[in-house]
Design a binder for this molecule. Structure first.
Ligand code: PHB
Length: 399
């Protein structure tokens, strides 16, 4: 009896163990399979309404185009998209970013355009250790004091194009300059970069003018500039507001009286709407029309074919954000749960951008050439390189 029971027990145990092993194995292979089939979830947090709506759309177009060129897969995984309209409203940023990260469980946030909104996204991405690739907003903090292992940028810091233009204007012998911008981080930091380079070479910013974002009542400010009679003016405006400013400046009769300089956002993606008022304007940016590189030529043809639109800097930044994600995803065969390996691979990537090849600084911001461009027809034609391989100083970043 005893032996029988023992044998019976033993058999039962063997059966139970093998069942457990089998079940465990099935569960594990199911999990592996599930993971292998899991899609890479991309969350776009961009402005789809308001003065920056066209910028948000161009970024998404560029991003999707790169993914489509890879057959819709990165690191062997299909890509699935989620999106929220951030409305360029900083007050709504934490809630919108949280929606993508907590509700949609995205693997990466691609956002955004507006520097104020960016600050909210950076905070939430850091709290959740979620990969963030910034496809435009220049907020110096994101690759400065708030830099982090999971925070990357495919665009520029606000300091960069401003600094490049400060050198150009000083080298032209201008001494007294007035600046004008919307009063928020992008404008203020862009002016700071300009001033740093311009004053280091002996120039003087004699007046810093501004108006609230996204107001376009420029008249009183234009009148004030005319009365100061500076050697030149440096401005930061973009999107719909940039169209209005360039037209108002010309209509006030200042176009041929006071040289107007800007970071290239003033005339990127806006030329058709600005028309004659923009002709001859000179700006600095990390992209331009007429770059003689085959990578850019292929990109432009494909973009025009896909969207029946000419690409602009925002489309390039979206495209390159996807290239950065691709570098991370490839390194882990699409297993985005291996976060540190993803971050390491992106940080080390060499991005073959339409703007020219770039790498990332220690703070994860592109080290790139800044072109001098001049408006000719509907193009921001490259006329030279204002500063080669310019790296943001990344003040306050400890990585
Ligand atoms: C920004 O807010 O950082 C910003 C917005 C639009 C631009 C450039 C920078 O074109």
């Amino acid at each position: 009896m005893h032996r029988i029971i023992s044998r019976g027990l033993a058999l039962a145990c063997v059966a139970a163990v093998s069942l457990a092993v089998a079940t465990g194995a099935a569960a594990q292979s199911g999990a592996q399979q599930g993971a292998a089939n899991a899609k890479i979830k991309v969350g776009f947090m961009l402005p789809y309404t308001g003065t920056y709506a066209a910028l948000g759309n161009a970024i998404e177009n560029g991003f999707r185009m790169y993914v489509d060129e890879q057959g819709g897969r990165l690191g062997g995984r299909e890509v699935q998209y989620f999106k929220v309209d951030d409305e360029s409203d900083p007050a709504k940023a934490p809630e919108n970013a949280t929606k993508l990260i907590k509700r949609d469980q995205v693997d990466v946030v691609i956002g955004t355009v507006h520097s104020g909104v960016q600050m909210g996204i950076v905070k939430v991405a850091k709290e959740n250790n979620t990969l963030l690739i910034i496809p435009n907003a220049g907020a110096d903090e994101a690759t400065g004091p708030l830099c982090g292992p999971n925070i990357f940028r495919s665009s520029f810091s606000n300091w960069q194009p401003g600094y490049a233009m400060g050198q150009v204007v000083a080298n032209r012998g201008m001494k007294r300059v007035v600046t004008l911008t919307w009063k928020y981080a992008a404008g203020e930091q862009s002016v700071r970069g300009f001033k740093e380079a311009f004053e280091a070479k002996g120039g003087k910013v004699v007046k810093e003018l501004n108006l609230p974002f996204p107001n376009v009542e420029f008249q009183a400010l234009i009148t004030e500039i005319a009365s100061i009679k500076p050697d030149a003016v440096f401005v930061f405006f973009a999107g719909g507001g940039a169209v209005k400013f360039v037209k108002d400046w010309a209509a006030a009769g200042l176009k041929d009286r006071i040289p107007l300089y800007a970071s290239g956002f003033l005339t990127d993606g806006t030329l058709e709407a600005q028309g004659a008022a923009a002709q001859g304007l000179e700006t600095t940016l990390h992209y331009a029309d007429g770059l003689q590189n085959p990578r850019d030529q292929r990109f432009r043809l494909a973009y025009a074919k896909a969207f029946k639109l000419q690409p602009d800097v925002y489309a390039v930044q979206g495209y390159d954000a996807a290239q950065m994600l691709a570098a991370g995803a490839a390194a882990v065969n699409g297993d985005m749960s291996r976060k540190n390996d993803v971050y390491k691979a992106i940080a080390a990537a060499r991005i073959d951008s339409p703007r020219g090849v770039f790498t990332l600084s220690r703070a994860h911001n592109p080290v790139q050439d800044f072109y001098l461009r001049k408006v000719q027809g509907n193009e921001n034609k490259v006329s030279g390189i204002a500063v080669k391989a310019l790296a943001d100083p990344a003040r306050g970043c400890r990585l």
